[in-house]
Design a protein around this ligand. Structure first.
Ligand SMILES: [Zn+2]
Length: 98
């Protein structure tokens, strides 16, 4: 099984039904500079591969699947998140844009 390290995220600004804007992740970029959509990462996790965020001087955070974006009323699916730990710098949502 493979292990992938995510260094950047790609986000898109969207309006939800109530008219509020938020940004959500549409894909990630790995340390090898390859772009994967949320769906590709989700399918890869289902296939047994491991995905982590990789931020300098921070512990790796494991990426897991969410059914939907956590934005209010947003049905963007599948979605990705990381388990919270003692730092937020390695949170998927906080990675640099790529
Ligand atoms: Zn959303």
């Amino acid at each position: 099984m493979g292990t992938y390290y995510v260094t950047k995220v790609r986000k898109q600004a969207v309006a939800s039904k109530d008219g509020a804007y938020h940004e959500h992740i549409v894909g990630v970029v790995t340390n090898l500079d390859i772009f994967y959509t949320n769906k590709e990462v989700s399918d890869s996790i289902d296939a047994g591969h491991d995905w982590y965020t990789a931020v300098d001087k921070e512990p790796r955070a494991k990426i897991k699947k969410l059914r939907f974006c956590s934005g209010s009323g947003c049905l963007h699916s599948p979605y990705l998140t990381t388990n919270p730990d003692h730092t937020t710098r390695n949170n998927l949502e906080n990675l640099p844009r790529g």
